[in-house]
Design a protein around this ligand. Structure first.
Ligand code: C5P
Length: 312
């Protein structure tokens, strides 16, 4: 079969259903325990084969049910060499001995620096696109290892579904039996730098409270049927180091609860907060009750992170 000229990759965002961060390690990263969950909100990556070199164009497409992307949000997505998708494409090509290149068009819908794994999703999509364009088969374990070179969340963005993440987030074990769910994700205007959020945890030494986290998460993962709230109730360490932003976070959680959303929780190091929709609840009614300026996304849990399609 001939090589495809173009491929389209759907790259889904993630939520952390609970996230417990441990102390800083000698290599500067932090051991953590979390449950990653793929969700329906996704970027699209179009990749077209070209003889050599890699280029990237980024387009922003509004995906929020309510609220808009601000210019600052858009600016948080790097263009050019700093973009993780471009770095991932180059790494994948080098790894597989591919000498050809690709032109990438990234259609961005996942808000950046919100804790939803948008950059990692794009990196995973770029790796998958390069392997598909040049028909290279790379075993999953090898792809995950390669992904970890780009970022701690990239292996999950390749694997998808529901997974227990340990180590710096790159060690994954699939979790079975989690009930599917719908949620509303609220994204405040402020953004969070992951590195800075981890540094704040060090400053306040909250990480030390996460010592028994693998045990607490392990107790839940062993069950036949798991409700998402069982993981969510295990908490998120980053909620304790918001400093001046703490009142705005707790205010948002109260408004979400008042609107009928269950168990509001921060994802990753923020700033996005998600709340579960009760079974049978009307999205419209909840949105109507939810006051505030945050951008709102309606999502559902997804079984996969990536979908790859060949185009003519
Ligand atoms: O792995 P990634 O590039 O996404 O991490 C960004 C930064 O977040 C790291 O440079 C590090 O400062 C911090 N980090 C950490 N512990 C982790 C993951 C990330 O300290 N488990």
């Amino acid at each position: 079969m001939s090589l495809p000229r173009r491929v389209r990759v759907t790259a889904r965002a993630k939520l952390n259903l609970g996230l417990a961060v441990g102390p800083r390690r000698a290599d500067g990263f932090h051991d953590l325990t979390t449950v990653f969950q793929s969700i329906s909100l996704a970027d699209t990556l179009l990749a077209e084969r070209q003889p050599r070199g890699f280029r990237l164009i980024v387009r922003h497409e509004p995906a929020a049910e309510r609220g808009r992307l601000t210019a600052r949000t858009r600016a948080a997505v790097p263009v050019g060499q700093a973009n993780l998708a471009l770095r991932a494409a180059r790494l994948a090509a080098r790894h597989a001995g591919i000498t050809g290149g690709a032109r990438l068009t990234l259609i961005k819908r996942i808000p950046a620096q919100a804790g939803m794994g948008g950059g990692s999703a794009d990196a995973a999509a770029a790796m998958a696109a390069i392997f598909a364009l040049y028909d290279v088969r790379v075993p999953l374990a090898e792809r995950l290892e390669l992904g970890a070179e780009l970022g701690s969340d990239v292996p999950f963005a390749l694997m998808g579904g529901t997974a227990l993440g340990t180590g710096r987030g790159e060690r994954l074990r699939p979790v079975r039996g989690l009930r599917s769910f719908r949620a509303i994700v609220a994204v405040p205007a402020w953004r969070v730098s992951t590195a800075q959020a981890f540094a704040e945890l060090d400053r306040f030494r909250y990480g030390l409270t996460a010592r028994n986290a693998p045990l607490r998460f392990g107790k839940v993962t062993g069950r036949m049927v798991i409700e998402p709230c069982e993981f969510i109730r295990l908490g998120n360490s980053f909620e304790s180091v918001l400093g001046a932003r703490s009142p705005s976070f707790t205010g948002l959680c109260s408004r979400m609860r008042e609107a009928g959303l269950l168990e509001p929780r921060m994802t990753g190091s923020g700033s996005a907060v998600f709340g579960l929709l009760a079974r049978g609840a009307s999205v419209r009614a909840v949105l109507d009750r939810l006051a505030g300026s945050e951008a709102l996304y309606v999502v559902r849990s997804a079984r996969r992170a990536l979908d790859i399609g060949r185009l003519r």
